[in-house]
Design a binder for this molecule. Structure first.
Ligand code: DGP
Length: 122
């Protein structure tokens, strides 16, 4: 499947500076900022600056520099937020089954409370 990127999504607007955000980290290819509706005391979203819809799109189409930068940025945010001790969860929703709301790849970093089991029965 070929993904089509919608540049009117809310994270594209954040990347263009049209909507404010609470930045945690910015690197050459990546932006990390606090989720506007935090579901845990720590809830950071990490997004690539490039036009990727979801994780598999990014993993297939992004350059090695972008992939390394994005992966390292996730590590840096975890370190900055002091998550190595307490632990954390990474989530990246994709498409309809994943209930993805914003069609620009984002990895949620969640921590600061016990997060329960990974999935709940529908
Ligand atoms: P998902 O369901 O995985 O697509 O998660 C989208 C997340 O994006 C959700 O946790 C709320 C967050 N979000 C939506 N709009 C904004 C916004 O304008 N600013 C910020 N910081 N987060 C947003």
């Amino acid at each position: 499947m070929a993904y089509t990127y919608d540049d009117q999504n809310i994270f594209a607007k954040i990347l263009r500076g049209e909507i404010p955000n609470q930045t945690v980290l910015e690197t050459e290819h990546t932006l990390a900022f606090r989720d506007i509706y935090p579901q845990a005391p720590v809830h950071v979203l990490v997004i690539p600056k490039g036009p990727y819809v979801c994780y598999d799109h990014f993993a297939q189409a992004a350059s090695e520099a972008e992939i390394v930068d994005f992966t390292r940025a996730i590590g840096q945010v975890c370190a900055q937020e002091g998550l190595e001790g307490p632990g954390f969860r990474l989530i990246s929703n994709a498409g309809e089954a994943g209930v993805q709301e914003v069609p620009h790849l984002h990895v949620h970093i969640l921590s600061g409370r016990p997060l329960g089991r990974m999935l709940q029965k529908a």
